[in-house]
Design a protein around this ligand. Structure first.
Ligand code: UGA
Length: 441
């Protein structure tokens, strides 16, 4: 099929590429000329396992093109995805200006029947706004072009996005038109071969499904962080508790890992936006509010442990920080717990030597040159001259360090494990002090 994708950010680029991979003709549009020019030269703006090869192969085969020319892109697509950003505005609601700007452009240019698909995470009611915006632009130029607006939220995880897109566990399609649903079924047929993955519903339910999924996952994490904080106080080990409850299939093992708080571009933004939506409809969403508050507090947890261990004397100390990205396998540092920690360490007069396998460039961009930050190109070099080690992101390469070497490298043999990746007894056996999340030490 002929597909147009507005937005070559994370969602747009992955979606467009996967749709090209299964044989569609895809045109991706972005207003950022430098990004489009880069993509046409094979420069992929984000780090995502498997994506680069797939973009290059499909671009080489002529199945995916990148352009800034919205007019020709709209003429191309029988299905037009809107996959542009919805950053939080000042009060935490999703800012729809980019989505609606695309809707206006579509209305100004649409010349033949098309299905317009909202892929961006947008508040309930946005599809109606997109429909009204397109219709208003068509009316202005006296054009009578049939179109439908569908909600098809994405459930990609950064770091697993290509896999999630190629093998989705569900494809949520919200539409009010049988013909639009048919078109979406045809588009997704290659991803839907062995069993039915399309969950068809009305538009508003699809819009809410996306928020409900992220809010539920964020709730599981904040709940576990709350349990970890209780465990710590009552002398229990949250890792034992995690195993104990995860074995109940009604609870399950996934997304119950306590840690230094959730980050990224989705959970913080979506929990907040859903809470604002509820408020706008006169409802006080107490669970969502608590999920957010617990997470904000949790992001300060590592610093509290560090300050406690060093009795508040942090000025002039140096901390090795392993992991800056908000989770492994990405270079994304949006809302990352590392940012809260670094800000607090700097505020207390400490120095940071940080290593992240992918996020150094991003860290450089965010923090610029500062005397109290050294970005190191290996985990070992981050330890040089450091008082202590703090693990913030559970990259695989941090999972199994030589604790004897660690002890020898650190001035104060202590490890702060923000993701509970080490066995306390093993670390302590090597003569290091250990602090984890909810582990009683
Ligand atoms: C999340 C959802 O998992 C995706 O399904 C969704 O499509 C996406 O948001 C989105 O809305 O676009 P993502 O933000 O990439 O995906 O990352 P996750 O793997 O969900 O992790 C989010 C944060 O939660 C990370 O900071 C991670 O460290 C933390 N986390 C995760 C925990 O602290 N504990 C856990 O048990 C799991």
């Amino acid at each position: 099929m002929r597909v147009t994708v507005f937005g070559t950010g994370y969602v747009g680029l992955v979606t467009g590429t996967c749709l090209a991979e299964v044989g569609n003709q895809v045109v991706c549009v972005d207003i950022d000329a430098a990004k489009v020019e880069g993509l046409n030269r094979g420069v992929i703006p984000i780090y995502e396992p498997g994506l680069e090869d797939m973009v290059l192969a499909n671009h080489g085969a002529g199945r995916i093109a990148f352009t800034t020319d919205a007019t020709s892109a709209i003429a191309h697509g029988e299905i037009i995805f809107i996959a542009v950003g919805t950053p939080p505005d000042e009060d935490g609601s999703a800012d729809l200006q980019y989505v609606l700007a695309v809707a206006r452009t579509i209305g100004q240019n649409l010349g033949k029947r098309a299905v317009i698909v909202n892929k961006s995470t947008v508040p309930v009611g946005t599809a109606d706004k997109v429909r009204a915006t397109v219709a208003a632009e068509l009316a202005k130029r006296g054009a009578d072009v049939p179109f439908e607006v569908v909600s098809n939220p994405e459930f990609l995880k950064e770091g697993d996005a290509v896999k999630d897109c190629m093998r989705p566990d569900r494809i949520v399609v919200g539409s009010s038109s049988p013909s639009a649903l048919e078109a979406m079924k045809r588009l997704y047929a290659p991803f839907n071969r062995n069993h039915e993955r399309i969950v068809a519903m009305d538009v508003r339910s699809a819009e809410l499904t996306k928020y409900a999924a992220n809010a539920m996952l964020a709730t599981k994490i904040s709940f576990m962080n709350e349990m970890a904080n209780i465990a710590e106080r009552v002398g229990a080990d949250i890792e034992m508790v995690r195993h104990g409850i995860g074995s109940d299939p009604r609870i399950g093992y996934s997304f119950i890992y306590p840690g230094a708080g959730y980050g990224g571009s989705c959970f913080p933004k979506d929990v907040q936006a859903l809470e604002r939506t509820a408020r706008q409809h006169g409802y006080h969403a107490q669970i969502l509010e608590a999920v957010e508050a617990v997470n904000d507090r949790q992001k300060h947890k590592l610093f509290e442990l560090i300050a406690r261990h060093f009795r508040g004397e942090l000025r002039g100390r140096t901390f090795a920080v392993w992991g800056l990205a908000f989770k492994p396998n990405t270079d994304d540092m949006r809302e990352a717990s590392s940012r809260t920690l670094l800000a607090q360490l700097w505020e207390a007069g400490a120095q940071v030597r940080a290593h992240d396998p992918e996020a150094s460039e991003e860290a450089q961009r965010i923090f610029g040159e500062r005397a109290d930050l050294v970005l190191c190109d290996s985990a070992a070099s981050a330890l040089k001259g450091a008082d202590a080690l703090v693990v913030v992101t559970e990259w695989k390469k941090f999972l199994n360090p030589d604790f004897d070497q660690l002890k020898a490298a650190l001035k104060h043999p202590v490890v702060f494990d923000g993701r509970n990746i080490y066995e306390p007894a093993e670390v302590e056996a090597a003569g290091l002090a250990y602090y984890g999340i909810g582990r009683g030490r």
